[in-house]
Design a protein around this ligand. Structure first.
Ligand code: HEC
Ligand code: HEC
Length: 276
């Protein structure tokens, strides 16, 4: 299993340095005969967690009627239109119809925020609008309302490619996320990469180890019987490594989220996905 991006530099696109020019031309000519999905399979060894699931779970994710996360999304749609806080304004008052204003937004997060001078994730972005523009208190991480709103916003990016900006301002944070991904930690002295790069596709205690692409968050996890954020998922993995999980909202988490989204650049968003 090739290591998805361990050696790719941030400045260059993931494939540009790999093949000599002639080979690239031969490959591109051959690829014209294939459908985009077939072509992606040949050139890209990255796989979403979706690819490691059986047909029943895939079907559950694909159909809004059976995807349990739709319930959260519908609550998010209601909250979107509710005027709240001292400002008495709703998300819709400023952003209008989420289907157009939020299209592709979740695919770009975490994104660099000039006021914070660092990347913030989608949940922090939503809370920023609550406090700065609605003059309401921030929602707690993993609270029903924050998950509902982030699910509603992320749903508007379903099918669109992940598009973390290649901006110099993000590079130090990407580098930090990358080193957290490769650093051994916890009582088991394991790194994320040892499971997700070196052993993806193998089974571990009844679960198949995916490549850790964050294509589907927030998502419905059967084990949780509910919707959770990417940070909740990462906390689960850190507990599994017998490492002390970072606090929700910690900068290290956002750096890790940024790195995971960056190495999944171009992969389609599935939010809200379903996972075992
Ligand atoms: C001991 C192996 C192991 C280690 C170490 C590990 N994970 Fe995981 N991870 C798993 C398994 C197994 C799953 C899937 C669990 C399931 O679906 O039941 C998973 C799931 C994930 C997912 C969800 C992918 C999806 O399709 O939604 C992400 C993201 C992830 N891990 C990131 C990380 C990060 C970041 C680290 C390091 C902080 C890490 N993991 C450490 C085994 C590991
Ligand atoms: C008073 C107007 C106002 C309200 C109310 C408001 N926002 Fe915003 N929102 C903005 C502005 C202005 C920006 C972009 C400028 C900035 O970064 O502050 C923004 C940016 C965003 C972004 C990032 C968009 C991007 O392209 O990166 C998201 C997501 C978002 N808002 C979600 C929400 C949600 C969800 C709510 C309701 C809980 C909400 N906003 C309420 C004004 C508002």
């Amino acid at each position: 299993m090739p290591r998805p991006s361990a050696s790719t530099t941030y400045e260059k696109s993931r494939t540009s340095t790999r093949h000599p020019l002639a080979l690239t031309i031969i490959l591109s000519t051959a690829l014209l005969a294939l459908s985009p999905a077939q072509a992606a399979n040949l050139t890209d060894n990255r796989r979403s967690g979706y690819a490691f699931m059986g047909p029943p779970l895939r079907a559950m994710q694909d159909d809004d009627m059976t995807n349990p996360a739709s319930l959260w999304q519908r609550d998010g749609e209601t909250l979107w239109a509710e005027p709240i806080g001292e400002a008495g304004r709703s998300c819709a008052d400023c952003h209008g119809d989420a289907a157009s204003s939020m299209r592709g937004v979740a695919a770009r997060y975490p994104a660099f925020d000039r006021t914070m001078n660092r990347p913030i994730d989608l949940e922090q972005r939503i809370n920023h609008c609550r406090t700065a523009y609605q003059k309401a208190g921030p929602l707690a991480f993993e609270s029903h309302d924050l998950l509902a709103l982030s699910t509603h916003v992320a749903r508007q990016s379903r099918g669109l490619p992940i598009a973390i900006e290649n901006s110099k301002a993000l590079h130090p944070f990407l580098a930090m996320g990358r080193s957290l991904f490769h650093e051994r930690q916890g009582q088991l002295n394991l790194s994320c990469a040892q499971c997700h790069d070196d052993n993806a596709g193998r089974s571990l205690g009844g679960a198949t180890i995916p490549q850790a692409h964050p294509t589907g968050y927030p998502l419905y996890r059967l084990e949780w019987q509910g919707v959770g954020s990417l940070q909740r998922r990462l906390r689960n993995c850190m507990s599994g490594m017998r490492a002390a999980p970072y606090a929700f909202g910690a900068e290290a988490f956002v750096d890790l989220e940024l790195y995971l989204m960056w190495r999944a650049n171009g992969m389609p968003m599935e939010s809200p996905a379903v996972r075992p």
